[in-house]
Design a protein around this ligand. Structure first.
Ligand code: ADP
Ligand code: MG
Length: 226
């Protein structure tokens, strides 16, 4: 299993008490498959991704990424694991305004200590994979919202992660563009053999995914039919 959450509980401080954001969550995601997590706002979906990304340490439970037990790792080791094994796509693309599309991807290699120049070929290959080969020289303001989200996705794949975590990528897009982004994520999951978790409150495209689970008040409930 490429991503495993086992009996994960996460609480946040809340006044005098604690708010349980994740309540004994268990989830297994095999390589090359996409699991969608649906559920209302505030149900804990982003918290689940944050724990899977090792950005937040749960109170209890285990998180295993590409065979590595992450709970025993120090912060520096977790950061290295994140760089090497985890691609994260947040809701807002957060592209750097002054960089071209291909440079947005090359920056990822720079941040991991690699040679930026050598990363250009891979960056162009990934832009091609997300359908933006002809936009490599454009800056964010010259691109549409959907194109920016595709760059965001390509950027997350730059270090060839085993796990791809995507938070509400279609929420700012219209129905058609949202469907296209979801198709792209399914295709990339297959091609790149990532264990992909997609958080969405949009249930209209769930026929495209391998599995859908529902989050309610910090609990994962029965799988949704897909
Ligand atoms: P979703 O992504 O499904 O909207 P979240 O994971 O963002 O849900 O939030 C789950 C619950 O945890 C909500 O009640 C939210 O208010 C709370 N929460 C999220 N992040 C924090 C935080 N950093 N500190 C305190 N409470 C938080
Ligand atoms: Mg959220």
């Amino acid at each position: 299993m490429t991503l495993t959450l086992a009996d994960v509980t996460l609480t946040y401080p809340d006044g005098d008490g604690r708010l349980t954001a994740l309540d004994r969550i268990s989830l297994d995601v095999p390589a090359g498959t996409l699991t969608a997590v649906v559920g209302p706002s505030g149900s804990g979906k982003s918290s689940l991704l944050a724990v899977a990304a090792t950005l937040v340490t749960p109170d209890e439970g285990r998180v295993v990424v590409a065979g590595t037990e992450t709970m025993g790792l120090g912060r520096a080791q977790q950061a290295q694991l994140r760089r090497e094994q985890i691609g994260i796509v947040f809701q807002q693309p957060n592209l750097l305004p002054s960089l071209t599309a291909v440079e947005q991807l090359q920056v990822m290699t720079h941040l991991s200590g690699g040679a930026v120049r050598g990363a250009r070929g891979r960056a162009l290959e990934l832009l091609d994979a997300v359908g933006l080969a002809d936009q490599a020289g454009r800056r964010p303001h010259q691109l549409s919202g959907g194109q920016r989200q595709r760059i965001n996705i390509a950027r997350a794949l730059m270090n060839d992660p085993a796990v791809l975590l995507v938070d509400e990528p279609t929420s700012a897009l219209d129905h058609e563009r949202g469907a296209a982004v979801l198709d792209l994520l399914v295709a990339l999951t297959r091609e790149r053999s990532t264990a992909t978790v997609l958080v969405t409150h949009d249930r209209t495209h769930l026929d495209r995914v391998d599995r859908a689970v529902r989050m309610d008040d910090g609990r994962l409930t029965a799988a949704e039919p897909v």
